[in-house]
Design a protein. Sequence first.
Length: 356
Amino acid sequence: MFEKPDELKELFNSKSKEIKAVSDVEQLRIEFLGKKGFVSGLMQELRNVPNEHKKEAGQKINEIKQYIENSISEKMEEIKKLEEKLLIDSAEAYDESMPVSKDMGSYHPITLVKREVEEIFKGMGFTVEDYSEITDDYNCFEALNIPKYHPARDMQDTYYLSSNQLLKTHTSAAQNTILRKYKSNLDSGNPIRAIFPGRCFRNEKIDACHENTFFQMEGIMVDKNISISNLIYFMKTMLSEVFKTDITVRLRPGFFPFVEPGFELDIQCLICNGKGCPSCKDSGWLELCPCGMIHPNVLTAAGIDPEEYIGFAFGLGLTRLAMMRYGVNDIRLFNSGNLRELSQFTEKNFSRPVNE
Ligand code: FA5
């Protein structure tokens, strides 16, 4: 009769009793269930068992294997709970009567810039909209005149979720939803004017001016008789109010499938005053706010007649604006969690000269 499984069970039980840490449980698992472990050794020995006992011996091995697997899972849970309890017990005692510093906490510089830009646009009749960070292919691309396999998608590789959803690559992903939400304004003779800030995600090579997680602020205006002059007026007003000083901008043609015509609005780098530095990739200019007149296909996708209505859209790089606003020469600071650096941007020093 094949007695080894019972002996193995005894060996396992005695070793299991000694276990004190999660890493030991894993070690035990490898020792018994690993490729070269005891159970696998038993399987090999099955070859030498006489044919008439093979079936019974095989069943015994399976039983012991099952027993060890279950015991290991239970042991793992037990040890984890013990380790957690130990951690809590050994944590520093919390003294409720300790005085609390009122200086603690400050707004993130991007929050400050976002609020400032929101106030500027609110003053010009724009509503501020919220939109989720998770969206889908239709909203992020197709509704924006970027069909599947369009080369423009290459520039915005993103993180796809198993649910067929994705992390939005640009705030333009909300255009369709916002246009639909306010479409009725047009029927009652009022324009659509909205801005929607948000966090964007891209599979990006990170450097001093590129992050994989960054903020943009989208703006749209739709009405009858909107022109490029309106777009330029709003861009100029926003920049002069944010910087409160003369800054050099340039407008050049830019291609985005969801606008026609499209522009790139660049600002002269305020870190190097246009001489060239890592913050502007040595070009002296920083791409800040691409914009253009909304493509008829985008209006149609939102149920708005492009023969009757026209509009502009812009996608302000909010994180880059914060860089320029505060003279931060490396975008990575914003996501660094470095409180010593990040807490210096209070409302009070918001208007300090950026080249200080
Ligand atoms: C867009 O995302 C378009 N959706 C913008 C747009 C909206 C165009 C409406 C026309 C009409 P782009 O990929 O260039 O375009 O990004 C817009 C801005 O976001 C850039 O100018 C830049 O300031 C900022 N940005 C883009 N990628 C990054 C990044 N990886 N890190 C930090 N900022 C970025």
